[in-house]
Ligand binder design. Structure first.
Ligand code: ATP
Ligand code: MG
Length: 886
């Protein structure tokens, strides 16, 4: 079976078991402060598991794009070195929210693997939780009993808390789990090893690996560590797609399947190097160098997928947060390609066509954005390769120094600086050092690393207390229809962040729009009969608005009126609507490739990032502005559809964003020709925007432009400011009617006068040169030209050079000049004064400048010094002549 067929068979199997087949959520998570990337299939169901979202339909299944490179699951360092961990992989999963539990999950998993896919049961082993006496949880005999229906006792293995007890986080849903492992060793390997598959389960053997984990959520962990029963039992299963494909295709490495082979083939074609599959490796043992090539090819094939999918999901490499994680993955691939595949120029971007060819049908977002993905990867590669070059230069210098001092070891601080500034991981530094006969002080490096980690931890520490539940139920959002609403508090908790304390409140009903989709959260107040509490911000978490307050109300059970600050909200709404019009106009003016890549909307400003491959010209910007303002003047009414089926919305031509999570029912927001899927707060009609003005257009990353703009009242204020400035300028020119003409005339006059002055100055220099040369003395065969003249420092320099050109033979020229009461001493000599008389103008000027209370320097034949005391000039000149000792 091909990978695509296996994916389809999974979906079909669970569909037949009454599961709703749902799409993968985006891999990049945008609205969850606790998680940057989807790292398991269950992430998108967190709200349901926590009880804040409707669990219907209760049976679901999907394939989910996951990324495990940060936080709780971080497989990055393994990837490429082993053959079964990836950064990005697909997780096949099925869920039951309060429907079937352990028996159903176990039976279905078995039926799928053994009856449908025909995996050999003799090679399958399962684990069950051994129990935890200190937490008073017994062994999971229940799961063991159901497994015993399918496998012999010696294929059921007890597992510890680490492997067989799953927790969502420090707090929240948790429970025992059961893993299915496959012994995929060849008969020869089995015979040679002398160990049974059972003995190798969970022992990091690359041929006895876990493929499917069935999680049985039945507890909720509280902040004090205690467990309580969950109100609804949940089944959450996850099976690694690439591992399953490998089992089904009889391979022994994920990279030998049709998921990766086409990319690896392209790598071989480009580099001219060979990749050894598991079979080839078994036949001919490979050298260390060839192994490095194998690892590097796996790293690049894997990382290419992770990076390309992130970009398609709207997450570009950058310097912070999720963007930085992506940048690090990409750089890891570049290093391997650079070090082991000899790729000194961009390499990964050349693999994009193969990736798109292989996966573009299953994931259309790749195909649609191929150009952007290629461009971003290439630019990142180029810029990192330049950094690598600089880092290598720095390392070369360090080694040079060590050589001269006779040191053999690079100190850890330097190694850390290379890591921190140039992205050199320790192994690369060590590799280069080793090649040159040096070692690296690893201990020091680790100390520096530890220090940095602590700095980061201290900066980010957030402590959440348990939610205190005052009432049961879910929060109702009424913000699309109301800006004030009656409510009570459902629950609250205390949050401590960098010693700041505040509270988060969830209400029975709220008109507050929590920060989401680029629109900032509403502010406002909670008012009861006796008090008013300020809501300083609101954000969206697990599908609910969380209100942030500095202090809790004294009476927590009072009835409140939740009131949104409507001035701010209206301004945000106008900006948000303007963003939609801008998006529409950009597509009209620049073309259909324009795709939203981020936006920020607040009461004061709006920002819109989009894909486009060159600077937007001034004319194009003006055209966009005209189009948007035209739509504003048409006062197009808001046409909102709250629960439109996705299919219908698509027919309307609604713009959906790549990397955004949408349900079956969507909210469609239309203003005339602009039609988008959007959950934000919008103006009731475009006329409310008032006016639209672009403030700037710039580049944020390769292939991504940013427009900042403003609307309504802010435009009005800016117009007044501009008018005032213009008025002031006019008043400088006697309120001339033709201001531009008048200013141009002034500029022309200014230029002409400047030329004239330069002419006068040149004449003055000429005359002074003549005069001084005429007065020259001859001392011991040397012509001494000296005198005090009123002149600028630049003029004096000119003068000195004129004199040198005019005088033949040995010359000592000393000029004291003054300009605006500032003295300047200049010495100019003919070359023979330096070579034959051993004089040095620099030294002489320093000595003599003391007499004008100044200092300076220069070359042996010409030097200048400035000072403070004009009256000392004559004495200084005499001093120079004296120092010449003629
Ligand atoms: P392992 O111990 O092999 O790292 P895990 O315990 O981290 O696996 P789970 O968190 O239970 O795995 O994830 C469910 C399934 O997803 C696993 O059984 C495995 O098939 C797959 N999986 C997990 N991590 C990866 C990865 N980095 N690359 C590919 N597949 C993975
Ligand atoms: Mg793992």
């Amino acid at each position: 079976m091909t990978a695509n067929e296996i994916r389809e068979s999974f979906k079909k199997f669970f569909e037949q078991k009454q599961h709703a087949i749902v799409p993968s959520a985006p891999m990049v998570i945008k609205d969850d402060p606790t998680l940057m990337f989807t790292n398991a299939g269950m992430n998108q169901w967190k709200d349901i598991i926590l009880g804040t979202r409707d669990p219907e339909p209760r049976r679901r299944a999907d394939t989910q794009k996951c990324l495990r490179v940060s936080g709780k699951h971080n497989d990055l360092e393994e990837v490429g070195h082993d053959t079964y961990h990836h950064t990005m992989f697909e997780m096949l999963g099925n869920w039951s929210f309060g429907d079937y539990f352990k028996e159903g999950a176990i039976d279905m998993a078995w039926e799928y693997l053994v009856d449908v896919l025909k995996l050999n049961p003799a090679d399958l082993y399962v684990t069950v939780f051994e129990g935890s006496p200190e937490e008073n949880i017994p062994r999971d005999d229940e799961a063991a009993k159901y497994w015993a229906k399918h496998v012999p006792e010696d294929h059921i293995i007890n597992g510890n808390k680490h492997d067989n007890f799953w927790e969502m986080g420090d707090t929240g849903p948790c429970g025992p789990c059961s893993e299915i492992h496959v012994d995929s060793r060849t008969p020869e390997q089995k015979a040679a090893s002398g160990k049974t598959g059972r003995e190798l389960v969970n022992q990091d053997d690359p041929q006895v690996i876990e493929i499917w984990n069935l999680v049985f959520m039945q507890f909720n962990r509280k902040a004090d560590g205690s467990l309580e029963k969950l109100s609804m039992n949940v089944i959450d299963t996850g099976m690694g797609f690439e591992r399953l494909v490998r089992m089904m295709q009889g391979k022994h490495s994920n990279y030998d399947t049709d998921v990766f082979q086409p990319i690896i083939k392209a790598e071989q074609d480009i580099t001219g190097l060979k990749y050894f599959t598991f079979e080839e490796e078994t036949e001919t043992p490979i050298s260390k160098d060839q192994d490095n090539i194998n690892v590097a090819m796996r790293v690049c094939a894997d990382h290419l997928r992770a990076v390309a999918f992130s970009i398609a999901d709207g997450q570009l490499p950058s310097n912070a947060k999720a963007g930085y994680v992506i940048r690090r993955i990409l750089r890891r691939a570049v290093r391997y390609a650079y070090t082991f595949l000899g790729q000194k120029d961009g390499f990964l971007y050349k693999l994009v066509p193969t990736l798109v060819h292989e996966m573009g049908d299953a994931f259309p977002e790749l195909k649609a954005q191929q150009q952007l993905i290629t461009k971003v990867i290439k630019e990142e590669e180029d810029s990192f390769l330049r950094t690598l070059d600089k880092g290598i230069g720095m390392l070369d210098k360090a080694m040079e120094e060590m050589k001269s001092k006779g040191d053999k070891e690079l100190n850890g601080e330097q190694a850390f600086r290379l890591f921190d500034t140039y992205g050199f991981p320790l192994d690369l530094t060590e590799l280069i050092c080793r090649e040159n006969g040096f070692t690296v002080n690893e201990e020091q490096f680790n100390v520096e690393m530890q220090k940095q980690k602590e700095r980061a931890r201290n900066a980010a520490a957030v402590e959440n207390s348990d939610w205190v539940e005052l009432k049961a139920g879910e929060q109702k959002f009424v913000g699309y229809d109301y800006s004030e609403y009656e409510c009570e508090i459902l629950r609250y908790r205390k949050v401590t962040q960098k010693k700041n304390e505040f509270y988060e409140i969830v209400l029975t009903a709220t008109p507050f729009y929590g920060e989401m989709g680029g629109q900032v959260g509403d502010q406002g107040v909670l008012v009861s009969e006796n008090e008013t509490i300020e809501v300083i911000d609101s954000k969206r978490e697990n599908g609910q608005t969380v209100h942030i307050v500095k202090q809790l109300p004294k009476d927590l059970t009072a009835a409140f009126m939740a009131c949104v600050d409507t001035d701010k909200r209206d301004a945000s709404a106008a900006n948000h609507t303007a963003t939609h019009l801008l998006d529409y106009a950009l597509k009209q003016v620049l073309g259909d490739h324009v795709e939203q890549k981020g936006s920020f909307v607040s009461p004061d400003t709006l920002r819109f990032d989009f894909s486009h491959f060159e600077k937007v010209s001034d004319e194009q910007l003006r055209e966009v502005e005209r189009m948007v303002n035209d739509m504003i003047r048409q006062d197009l009414p808001r046409d909102e559809h709250r629960d439109m089926p996705m299919e219908e919305a698509k027919k309307l031509g609604a713009i959906a964003l790549f990397g955004e999570k949408y349900g079956d029912k969507v909210r469609v927001m239309r203003f005339g020709p602009s039609c988008e899927l959007c959950g934000g707060i919008h103006a009731t009609s475009t006329g409310r925007i008032g006016f639209f003005k672009i403030l700037s257009e710039s580049s944020v990353a390769a292939g991504i432009r940013r427009i900042e703009a403003t609307t309504g009242k802010d435009c009005e204020e800016r117009l007044y400011q501009m008018e005032d400035i213009l008025k002031n300028i006019k008043s400088f020119f006697n309120n001339a009617k033709d201001l531009q003409g008048v200013i141009q005339k002034y500029i022309d006059e200014h230029d002409a006068m400047k030329k004239q002055i330069e002419g006068f100055q040149a004449q003055a220099v000429e005359r002074a040169a003549q005069r001084l040369v005429e007065k020259a003395r001859i001392m011991n065969g040397v012509k001494v030209v000296a005198g005090v003249v009123p002149m600028s420092p630049a003029g004096a320099k000119d003068l000195a050079f004129k004199i040198r050109a005019a005088v033949e033979g040995s010359l000592l020229c000393v000029i004291g000049s003054h300009d605006n009461n500032k003295p300047q001493l200049s010495i100019m000599m003919s070359d023979d004064m330096v070579s034959d008389h051993g004089l040095n103008a620099g030294q002489m000027v320093r000595e003599a400048a003391k007499l004008i209370q100044g200092g300076g320097g220069g070359q042996p034949h010409f030097a200048q010094a400035g000072g403070k005391n004009v009256d000392g000039l004559s004495a200084a000149i005499d001093k120079v002549v004296e120092l010449a000792n003629l």
